[in-house]
Ligand binder design. Structure first.
Ligand SMILES: [Zn+2]
Length: 383
């Protein structure tokens, strides 16, 4: 991957190319930033840049044999470690068990999150792991001589999955064999052993700027500028989320949410069979859109509730406008902050179960009643 393919993040690109260009690249780097910010894309571009045989000031050449291999993620001196689940044997899994799927996943979306990846390798409900056995593989790889380049590069995607296994790597990160570079990619630094943090040079990466997300969407999708702007606004600098919105039927989500909450609100009226039949119609509809779109819908709903909370607190939302803003303002005046929080909790739980292959019909019905009970509380509070 080349830096020019990485969305936004100009400051970080300049920093990384500066370091690599002057030969002052630290032997262990930690790229720390929120999901969807392009950490992995930056690491891939940096690896390619370091190994490029004809590097320019601001990017790799993209055509030398080293670049060609890096672009296919098959360079023999670039090693990848990422969370995996057990495959067939009872032996602890290692990343190379899944290297083919990994290359495919990188080629299709370097902004993916851990769940996208784990689901793509059939993890279902299983947790991903970076095992002690994988750590021994890393040490073995780093101690081999380089095949083609001056440097061996080890990229560890989501080092938080190392957990205690990280102890195995302390020594090699502190005193790495000559010409080796570790690039650790981290989203949640509190899950990383302090002893690892202290052995790496930390580079903080921020969420992507809205205008950069917008421009990237316009390049990839046939959509008008306003739609791209809107998706950028509600994606919060997470390009993976922006892609989901752009690929899914994002525009329908606000209306779908509006109808759902109205249905739930009306459930308060026990005597009306008509109200529950409207809800069941809605559940039928959401059940048909597929799990991925249900997740996108729930992410949107969570985003919307957060904006409602901001309106409660500060009287305004910078991310919403038009009908959405009207609806959010109405809701935030009707509900107390603790009710908004309760709704977010319900939706987070629902997301969790949908993601883990729960039955959507059952889940959406039962959670609609939970939401209705939060609304009921509203009457108690305002009475
Ligand atoms: Zn090159």
């Amino acid at each position: 991957m080349q830096f020019k393919e990485v969305i936004g993040q100009q400051e970080i690109k300049t920093k990384l190319t500066g370091m690599a260009g002057s030969g002052k690249i630290p032997h262990a780097l930690m790229l720390l930033g929120p999901e969807g910010d392009g950490n992995l894309a930056l690491a891939l571009s940096l690896a390619q840049y370091i190994q490029c045989e004809n590097k320019q000031e601001d990017d790799s050449c993209g055509v030398c044999s080293s670049c060609v291999k890096n672009q296919k993620f098959i360079h023999p001196d670039v090693h990848f470690t990422f969370p995996v689940v057990i495959k067939k044997s009872t032996e602890p899994p290692i990343s190379s068990d899944y290297i083919t799927q990994w290359r495919t996943a990188l080629a299709s979306n370097a902004y993916m999150n851990s769940n996208d990846w784990l689901q793509s390798i059939g993890a279902e409900n299983r947790q991903g792991n970076i095992t002690v056995r994988e750590c021994h593989e890393i040490i073995r790889g780093m101690n081999m001589k380089t095949y083609e380049s001056a440097y061996k590069i080890q990229i560890i995607w989501l080092a938080e999955f190392l957990k205690e296994a990280g102890n195995t790597l302390l020594k090699v990160i502190e005193e790495p064999p000559a010409n080796t570079i570790f690039i650790l990619i981290v989203e949640n630094v509190e899950m990383i052993l302090n002893t690892i943090i202290s052995r790496t040079q930390l580079i903080k990466v921020n969420a992507i700027e809205d205008t950069d997300v917008k421009d990237a969407l316009l390049k990839r999708f046939e959509m008008d500028e306003n739609a791209a702007k809107r998706i950028a606004r509600i994606s919060d600098g997470n390009f993976n989320v922006a892609l989901n919105y752009a690929e899914g039927e994002e525009n329908a989500n606000d209306k779908l949410l509006h109808r759902w909450l109205v249905c739930c609100f009306k459930l308060k009226d026990k005597n009306s069979a008509d109200n529950s039949s409207k809800l069941f119609e809605w559940v039928e509809e959401i059940s048909k859109i597929g799990r991925e779109n249900q997740k996108i819908f729930l992410k949107y709903a969570l985003f919307f509730l957060r904006e409602c909370s901001l309106i409660s607190l500060y009287g305004n939302s910078e991310k919403l406008d038009g009908e959405e803003l009207k609806f959010a303002t109405g809701l935030s005046t009707k509900l107390e902050p603790n009710q908004l929080e309760a709704l977010s909790k319900i939706l987070n739980q629902l997301y969790y179960h949908i993601e883990r292959n729960g039955n959507p019909k059952i889940l959406f019905v039962s959670n609609s009643f939970k939401i209705a009970s939060v609304f009921k509380n509203e009457e108690v509070l305002t009475d």
